[in-house]
Design a protein around this ligand. Structure first.
Ligand code: ATP
Ligand code: MG
Length: 385
Protein backbone atom coordinates (compact mmCIF):
# COMPACT_ATOMS: atom_id res chain seq x y z
CA UNK A 1 0.00 0.00 0.00
CA UNK A 2 1.36 3.37 -0.91
CA UNK A 3 0.22 4.94 2.34
CA UNK A 4 1.88 2.22 4.41
CA UNK A 5 4.39 3.63 6.88
CA UNK A 6 6.36 0.38 6.64
CA UNK A 7 9.78 0.49 4.97
CA UNK A 8 9.86 -1.24 1.59
CA UNK A 9 12.04 -4.23 0.80
CA UNK A 10 12.45 -5.40 -2.79
CA UNK A 11 13.27 -9.06 -3.34
CA UNK A 12 14.60 -10.10 -6.77
CA UNK A 13 14.89 -13.84 -7.19
CA UNK A 14 13.90 -16.16 -10.02
CA UNK A 15 13.00 -18.99 -7.61
CA UNK A 16 9.59 -18.84 -5.99
CA UNK A 17 10.69 -20.72 -2.83
CA UNK A 18 13.20 -18.20 -1.44
CA UNK A 19 11.02 -15.29 -2.62
CA UNK A 20 8.09 -16.62 -0.69
CA UNK A 21 10.04 -17.47 2.46
CA UNK A 22 11.57 -13.98 2.52
CA UNK A 23 8.11 -12.49 2.14
CA UNK A 24 6.84 -14.56 5.05
CA UNK A 25 9.73 -13.56 7.31
CA UNK A 26 9.57 -9.84 6.47
CA UNK A 27 5.94 -9.05 5.78
CA UNK A 28 5.01 -8.06 9.32
CA UNK A 29 7.58 -5.31 9.53
CA UNK A 30 8.08 -4.36 5.90
CA UNK A 31 6.21 -3.86 2.70
CA UNK A 32 7.72 -6.62 0.55
CA UNK A 33 7.95 -6.12 -3.23
CA UNK A 34 8.67 -9.23 -5.31
CA UNK A 35 10.31 -9.57 -8.73
CA UNK A 36 11.31 -12.80 -10.51
CA UNK A 37 13.93 -11.32 -12.82
CA UNK A 38 16.34 -8.35 -12.88
CA UNK A 39 14.47 -6.04 -15.28
CA UNK A 40 11.19 -6.42 -13.37
CA UNK A 41 13.12 -5.68 -10.17
CA UNK A 42 14.75 -2.55 -11.58
CA UNK A 43 11.36 -1.30 -12.83
CA UNK A 44 10.01 -1.70 -9.28
CA UNK A 45 13.10 0.05 -7.92
CA UNK A 46 12.40 3.12 -10.06
CA UNK A 47 8.71 3.10 -9.31
CA UNK A 48 8.67 2.32 -5.59
CA UNK A 49 12.03 3.53 -4.27
CA UNK A 50 12.44 0.65 -1.80
CA UNK A 51 14.50 1.09 1.35
CA UNK A 52 16.45 -2.05 0.63
CA UNK A 53 17.01 -4.62 -2.11
CA UNK A 54 17.66 -8.33 -1.70
CA UNK A 55 18.89 -9.83 -4.97
CA UNK A 56 19.84 -13.37 -5.92
CA UNK A 57 23.19 -13.70 -7.66
CA UNK A 58 22.42 -16.70 -9.80
CA UNK A 59 19.54 -16.02 -12.13
CA UNK A 60 18.95 -16.98 -15.76
CA UNK A 61 19.35 -14.12 -18.27
CA UNK A 62 20.69 -11.10 -16.43
CA UNK A 63 22.33 -12.41 -13.28
CA UNK A 64 22.56 -10.63 -9.95
CA UNK A 65 26.02 -9.14 -10.66
CA UNK A 66 24.81 -7.52 -13.92
CA UNK A 67 21.67 -6.45 -12.07
CA UNK A 68 23.78 -4.85 -9.34
CA UNK A 69 25.82 -2.83 -11.85
CA UNK A 70 22.67 -1.51 -13.47
CA UNK A 71 20.99 -0.88 -10.13
CA UNK A 72 23.85 1.32 -8.94
CA UNK A 73 23.44 3.57 -11.98
CA UNK A 74 19.81 4.12 -10.91
CA UNK A 75 20.27 4.41 -7.14
CA UNK A 76 23.69 4.74 -5.56
CA UNK A 77 22.42 4.79 -1.98
CA UNK A 78 19.89 2.02 -1.46
CA UNK A 79 21.28 -0.89 0.58
CA UNK A 80 21.66 -4.08 -1.48
CA UNK A 81 22.08 -7.54 -0.02
CA UNK A 82 23.02 -10.35 -2.39
CA UNK A 83 21.73 -13.93 -2.02
CA UNK A 84 24.31 -16.62 -2.60
CA UNK A 85 23.92 -20.32 -3.00
CA UNK A 86 26.31 -22.87 -1.57
CA UNK A 87 29.88 -22.39 -2.82
CA UNK A 88 29.48 -18.99 -4.49
CA UNK A 89 31.22 -17.03 -1.74
CA UNK A 90 33.74 -15.53 -4.12
CA UNK A 91 31.01 -14.14 -6.31
CA UNK A 92 29.41 -12.64 -3.23
CA UNK A 93 32.65 -10.88 -2.36
CA UNK A 94 32.91 -9.64 -5.92
CA UNK A 95 29.38 -8.22 -5.48
CA UNK A 96 30.51 -6.31 -2.39
CA UNK A 97 33.33 -4.87 -4.41
CA UNK A 98 30.77 -3.72 -6.96
CA UNK A 99 28.71 -1.88 -4.39
CA UNK A 100 26.56 -4.44 -2.57
CA UNK A 101 26.36 -3.81 1.16
CA UNK A 102 26.16 -7.40 2.39
CA UNK A 103 25.30 -10.96 1.41
CA UNK A 104 23.08 -13.74 2.78
CA UNK A 105 23.74 -17.41 2.32
CA UNK A 106 21.05 -19.82 1.29
CA UNK A 107 19.46 -21.60 3.05
CA UNK A 108 18.38 -18.69 5.24
CA UNK A 109 18.77 -18.24 8.91
CA UNK A 110 15.73 -16.20 9.98
CA UNK A 111 17.55 -14.23 12.67
CA UNK A 112 20.30 -13.38 10.24
CA UNK A 113 17.78 -12.20 7.64
CA UNK A 114 15.98 -9.99 10.13
CA UNK A 115 19.21 -8.46 11.37
CA UNK A 116 20.64 -7.89 7.88
CA UNK A 117 17.45 -6.29 6.58
CA UNK A 118 17.16 -4.08 9.67
CA UNK A 119 20.71 -2.84 9.12
CA UNK A 120 20.17 -2.39 5.39
CA UNK A 121 16.98 -0.36 5.77
CA UNK A 122 18.62 1.80 8.42
CA UNK A 123 21.62 2.33 6.18
CA UNK A 124 19.44 3.47 3.24
CA UNK A 125 17.35 5.78 5.37
CA UNK A 126 20.44 7.38 6.89
CA UNK A 127 22.04 7.81 3.48
CA UNK A 128 18.87 9.41 2.08
CA UNK A 129 18.55 11.73 5.04
CA UNK A 130 22.19 12.71 4.61
CA UNK A 131 21.62 13.42 0.91
CA UNK A 132 18.52 15.50 1.66
CA UNK A 133 20.37 17.47 4.33
CA UNK A 134 23.25 18.09 1.92
CA UNK A 135 20.86 19.26 -0.78
CA UNK A 136 19.14 21.58 1.68
CA UNK A 137 22.50 22.94 2.78
CA UNK A 138 23.46 23.47 -0.82
CA UNK A 139 20.19 25.33 -1.49
CA UNK A 140 20.66 27.40 1.64
CA UNK A 141 24.18 28.22 0.57
CA UNK A 142 22.96 29.35 -2.85
CA UNK A 143 20.26 31.52 -1.25
CA UNK A 144 22.80 33.03 1.13
CA UNK A 145 25.12 33.85 -1.72
CA UNK A 146 22.30 35.53 -3.60
CA UNK A 147 21.27 37.51 -0.52
CA UNK A 148 24.83 38.62 0.18
CA UNK A 149 25.29 39.69 -3.44
CA UNK A 150 22.04 41.66 -3.25
CA UNK A 151 23.02 43.28 0.05
CA UNK A 152 26.43 44.25 -1.32
CA UNK A 153 24.80 45.75 -4.37
CA UNK A 154 22.49 47.82 -2.20
CA UNK A 155 25.35 48.85 0.06
CA UNK A 156 27.17 50.23 -2.99
CA UNK A 157 24.03 51.98 -4.21
CA UNK A 158 23.41 53.34 -0.72
CA UNK A 159 26.95 54.69 -0.48
CA UNK A 160 26.74 56.22 -3.95
CA UNK A 161 23.45 57.88 -3.02
CA UNK A 162 24.92 59.41 0.10
CA UNK A 163 27.87 60.80 -1.83
CA UNK A 164 25.59 61.98 -4.58
CA UNK A 165 23.28 63.80 -2.18
CA UNK A 166 26.31 65.23 -0.42
CA UNK A 167 27.83 66.74 -3.55
CA UNK A 168 24.56 67.95 -4.92
CA UNK A 169 24.37 70.16 -1.88
CA UNK A 170 27.38 72.28 -2.91
CA UNK A 171 25.98 73.59 -6.21
CA UNK A 172 22.54 73.87 -4.68
CA UNK A 173 23.88 76.02 -1.85
CA UNK A 174 25.51 78.26 -4.42
CA UNK A 175 22.27 78.49 -6.39
CA UNK A 176 20.44 79.48 -3.26
CA UNK A 177 23.06 82.14 -2.50
CA UNK A 178 22.62 83.65 -5.97
CA UNK A 179 18.88 83.54 -5.67
CA UNK A 180 19.20 85.65 -2.51
CA UNK A 181 21.57 88.07 -4.27
CA UNK A 182 19.25 88.35 -7.25
CA UNK A 183 16.26 88.95 -5.08
CA UNK A 184 18.16 91.73 -3.30
CA UNK A 185 19.30 93.30 -6.57
CA UNK A 186 15.87 93.11 -8.11
CA UNK A 187 14.49 94.78 -5.02
CA UNK A 188 17.04 97.61 -5.35
CA UNK A 189 16.37 97.85 -9.08
CA UNK A 190 12.75 98.15 -8.34
CA UNK A 191 13.39 100.90 -5.79
CA UNK A 192 15.84 103.02 -7.84
CA UNK A 193 14.68 102.08 -11.32
CA UNK A 194 18.36 102.36 -12.17
CA UNK A 195 20.02 99.81 -14.40
CA UNK A 196 23.60 99.83 -13.11
CA UNK A 197 23.49 96.36 -11.65
CA UNK A 198 22.22 94.70 -14.83
CA UNK A 199 25.75 93.45 -15.72
CA UNK A 200 26.16 91.73 -12.36
CA UNK A 201 22.69 90.34 -12.58
CA UNK A 202 23.50 88.70 -15.89
CA UNK A 203 26.68 87.16 -14.43
CA UNK A 204 24.69 85.85 -11.47
CA UNK A 205 22.20 84.33 -13.84
CA UNK A 206 25.05 82.60 -15.65
CA UNK A 207 26.42 81.22 -12.39
CA UNK A 208 23.02 79.85 -11.54
CA UNK A 209 22.79 78.20 -14.93
CA UNK A 210 26.30 76.68 -14.59
CA UNK A 211 25.48 75.21 -11.24
CA UNK A 212 22.13 73.85 -12.33
CA UNK A 213 24.03 72.26 -15.20
CA UNK A 214 26.41 70.63 -12.71
CA UNK A 215 23.47 69.20 -10.79
CA UNK A 216 22.26 67.58 -13.97
CA UNK A 217 25.71 66.22 -14.80
CA UNK A 218 26.15 64.85 -11.30
CA UNK A 219 22.80 63.12 -11.52
CA UNK A 220 23.78 61.72 -14.88
CA UNK A 221 27.12 60.38 -13.64
CA UNK A 222 25.44 58.86 -10.63
CA UNK A 223 23.23 56.82 -12.87
CA UNK A 224 26.16 55.50 -14.88
CA UNK A 225 28.54 52.82 -13.74
CA UNK A 226 31.97 53.84 -12.48
CA UNK A 227 33.62 52.87 -15.71
CA UNK A 228 31.29 54.87 -17.89
CA UNK A 229 31.65 57.81 -15.55
CA UNK A 230 35.42 57.71 -16.02
CA UNK A 231 35.21 57.97 -19.76
CA UNK A 232 34.75 61.75 -19.49
CA UNK A 233 38.47 62.62 -19.18
CA UNK A 234 39.59 65.81 -20.94
CA UNK A 235 42.52 68.21 -20.84
CA UNK A 236 41.82 70.81 -18.20
CA UNK A 237 43.64 74.08 -17.58
CA UNK A 238 43.85 74.10 -13.80
CA UNK A 239 44.53 77.84 -13.58
CA UNK A 240 41.26 78.54 -15.42
CA UNK A 241 39.39 76.03 -13.32
CA UNK A 242 40.55 77.67 -10.07
CA UNK A 243 39.68 81.14 -11.37
CA UNK A 244 36.20 79.95 -12.34
CA UNK A 245 35.74 78.34 -8.95
CA UNK A 246 36.58 81.54 -7.14
CA UNK A 247 34.52 83.62 -9.53
CA UNK A 248 31.45 81.57 -8.81
CA UNK A 249 31.96 81.54 -5.01
CA UNK A 250 33.39 84.98 -4.35
CA UNK A 251 30.25 87.09 -4.56
CA UNK A 252 28.48 84.80 -2.15
CA UNK A 253 28.07 85.18 1.51
CA UNK A 254 26.97 81.71 2.45
CA UNK A 255 27.87 81.67 6.10
CA UNK A 256 27.15 85.17 7.27
CA UNK A 257 30.88 86.06 7.36
CA UNK A 258 32.26 89.38 6.21
CA UNK A 259 33.42 89.29 2.65
CA UNK A 260 36.02 86.56 2.20
CA UNK A 261 39.33 87.59 0.67
CA UNK A 262 40.05 85.15 -2.16
CA UNK A 263 43.40 85.05 -3.96
CA UNK A 264 44.19 82.97 -7.00
CA UNK A 265 47.87 82.38 -7.68
CA UNK A 266 47.67 80.12 -10.67
CA UNK A 267 50.34 79.26 -13.21
CA UNK A 268 49.22 77.69 -16.47
CA UNK A 269 49.04 73.95 -15.73
CA UNK A 270 47.17 71.24 -17.56
CA UNK A 271 45.90 67.89 -16.32
CA UNK A 272 43.89 65.07 -17.81
CA UNK A 273 40.78 64.79 -15.70
CA UNK A 274 37.07 64.38 -15.45
CA UNK A 275 36.06 68.02 -15.12
CA UNK A 276 33.00 67.42 -13.01
CA UNK A 277 34.82 65.10 -10.62
CA UNK A 278 37.73 67.49 -10.21
CA UNK A 279 35.32 70.32 -9.47
CA UNK A 280 33.66 68.13 -6.83
CA UNK A 281 37.04 67.60 -5.17
CA UNK A 282 38.02 71.29 -5.21
CA UNK A 283 34.61 72.51 -4.05
CA UNK A 284 34.74 70.16 -1.08
CA UNK A 285 38.12 71.54 -0.03
CA UNK A 286 37.13 75.20 -0.55
CA UNK A 287 33.83 74.66 1.28
CA UNK A 288 35.75 73.25 4.26
CA UNK A 289 38.01 76.32 4.23
CA UNK A 290 34.96 78.61 4.15
CA UNK A 291 33.43 76.79 7.11
CA UNK A 292 36.60 77.24 9.14
CA UNK A 293 37.05 81.00 8.55
CA UNK A 294 36.57 83.59 11.27
CA UNK A 295 33.61 85.95 10.89
CA UNK A 296 35.92 88.70 9.70
CA UNK A 297 39.35 88.78 8.07
CA UNK A 298 38.86 85.39 6.42
CA UNK A 299 41.31 84.58 3.61
CA UNK A 300 41.41 81.74 1.14
CA UNK A 301 44.23 81.33 -1.36
CA UNK A 302 44.02 78.93 -4.26
CA UNK A 303 47.13 78.19 -6.23
CA UNK A 304 48.43 75.79 -8.82
CA UNK A 305 51.80 75.18 -10.38
CA UNK A 306 53.77 72.48 -12.11
CA UNK A 307 56.55 70.84 -10.13
CA UNK A 308 58.46 67.61 -10.79
CA UNK A 309 56.14 66.52 -13.60
CA UNK A 310 53.18 66.99 -11.34
CA UNK A 311 50.45 69.56 -11.01
CA UNK A 312 50.20 70.89 -7.50
CA UNK A 313 47.01 72.56 -6.29
CA UNK A 314 46.90 74.20 -2.89
CA UNK A 315 44.01 75.62 -0.95
CA UNK A 316 45.17 77.63 2.06
CA UNK A 317 42.93 79.27 4.63
CA UNK A 318 43.49 81.26 7.79
CA UNK A 319 40.67 79.54 9.62
CA UNK A 320 40.35 77.62 12.86
CA UNK A 321 42.79 74.89 11.88
CA UNK A 322 42.56 71.25 12.92
CA UNK A 323 43.48 69.78 16.30
CA UNK A 324 46.57 67.50 15.96
CA UNK A 325 44.64 64.69 17.65
CA UNK A 326 42.16 64.45 14.77
CA UNK A 327 44.34 65.54 11.85
CA UNK A 328 44.97 62.00 10.64
CA UNK A 329 41.26 61.17 10.69
CA UNK A 330 39.91 63.94 8.49
CA UNK A 331 39.94 61.75 5.34
CA UNK A 332 38.04 58.95 7.11
CA UNK A 333 34.57 58.10 5.91
CA UNK A 334 32.00 59.96 8.07
CA UNK A 335 34.57 61.75 10.23
CA UNK A 336 33.29 65.21 11.08
CA UNK A 337 33.62 67.75 13.87
CA UNK A 338 30.56 69.61 12.63
CA UNK A 339 26.99 69.32 13.88
CA UNK A 340 24.83 66.95 11.79
CA UNK A 341 23.08 69.74 9.89
CA UNK A 342 26.46 71.25 8.88
CA UNK A 343 28.58 68.25 7.93
CA UNK A 344 28.42 64.55 7.12
CA UNK A 345 32.15 63.84 7.13
CA UNK A 346 32.14 62.70 3.52
CA UNK A 347 33.71 65.73 1.83
CA UNK A 348 37.40 64.86 2.21
CA UNK A 349 36.71 61.13 1.83
CA UNK A 350 35.12 61.82 -1.57
CA UNK A 351 37.90 64.25 -2.46
CA UNK A 352 40.57 61.66 -1.77
CA UNK A 353 38.71 59.03 -3.78
CA UNK A 354 38.43 61.34 -6.78
CA UNK A 355 42.06 62.47 -6.59
CA UNK A 356 43.33 58.89 -6.27
CA UNK A 357 41.10 57.81 -9.18
CA UNK A 358 43.01 60.41 -11.18
CA UNK A 359 46.34 58.93 -10.12
CA UNK A 360 47.04 61.70 -7.61
CA UNK A 361 47.33 62.28 -3.85
CA UNK A 362 45.80 64.67 -1.41
CA UNK A 363 47.30 65.75 1.90
CA UNK A 364 46.47 68.21 4.64
CA UNK A 365 48.60 70.30 6.98
CA UNK A 366 47.13 72.40 9.69
CA UNK A 367 47.94 74.50 12.73
CA UNK A 368 45.21 74.86 15.25
CA UNK A 369 44.12 78.48 15.51
CA UNK A 370 46.15 79.51 12.45
CA UNK A 371 44.88 77.80 9.38
CA UNK A 372 44.97 74.87 7.04
CA UNK A 373 46.64 73.93 3.76
CA UNK A 374 45.22 71.21 1.54
CA UNK A 375 47.51 69.99 -1.25
CA UNK A 376 46.29 68.04 -4.24
CA UNK A 377 48.91 66.55 -6.53
CA UNK A 378 47.90 65.26 -9.98
CA UNK A 379 49.87 63.89 -12.92
CA UNK A 380 50.48 66.56 -15.54
CA UNK A 381 48.72 66.16 -18.88
CA UNK A 382 51.20 64.68 -21.39
CA UNK A 383 52.46 66.92 -24.18
CA UNK A 384 50.21 66.89 -27.20
CA UNK A 385 47.02 66.29 -25.20
N1 ATP B 1 40.08 73.79 6.08
C1 ATP B 1 39.72 73.22 7.23
N2 ATP B 1 39.82 73.87 8.37
C2 ATP B 1 39.47 73.30 9.55
N3 ATP B 1 39.01 72.03 9.66
C3 ATP B 1 38.90 71.33 8.55
C4 ATP B 1 39.23 71.86 7.28
N4 ATP B 1 39.03 70.91 6.35
C5 ATP B 1 38.57 69.83 7.02
N5 ATP B 1 38.48 70.07 8.33
C6 ATP B 1 38.07 69.12 9.38
O1 ATP B 1 37.94 67.84 8.79
C7 ATP B 1 36.66 67.31 9.04
C8 ATP B 1 36.25 66.44 7.88
O2 ATP B 1 36.05 67.21 6.71
P1 ATP B 1 35.07 66.68 5.60
O3 ATP B 1 35.03 67.64 4.48
O4 ATP B 1 35.43 65.27 5.27
O5 ATP B 1 33.68 66.60 6.33
P2 ATP B 1 32.79 67.80 6.84
O6 ATP B 1 33.24 69.07 6.22
O7 ATP B 1 32.76 67.73 8.33
O8 ATP B 1 31.36 67.40 6.29
P3 ATP B 1 30.90 67.42 4.76
O9 ATP B 1 30.55 66.00 4.50
O10 ATP B 1 29.74 68.32 4.71
O11 ATP B 1 32.04 67.87 3.92
C9 ATP B 1 35.77 68.52 9.26
O12 ATP B 1 34.66 68.20 10.06
C10 ATP B 1 36.73 69.46 9.98
O13 ATP B 1 36.80 69.13 11.34
MG1 MG C 1 33.51 69.18 4.11
Amino acid sequence: MTDSPKPKVLVIDDEAGPRESLRMVLKNQYEVLLADHVDAGLALLKEQEPDMVIMDIRMPGKNGIDGLRELRTIDSRVAVVMLTGFGSLETAQEAIRLGANDYLKKPFDIREIEETVRRGVQHTQLERRKTRALEELHQLNLQLHEQIALKEKWAVVGEASREFAHDLRNPLTIILGYCDLLAEQLRQLHETKANETAGDTLQYMKNIEDNVQRCYQLAEQWQKSDQQARSGYETIALDKLLEETVKSMEPLNLLGQDKVDYTVAAEPVQVQADRLQLLRAIYNVVTNALHALPTSGGKITLSCRAAAKQARIEVVDNGSGIAPAVLDRVFDHSFTTKPPDKGTGLGLYITRKIVEDHGGQVSIQSREGQGTRVTIVLPLAEEGH
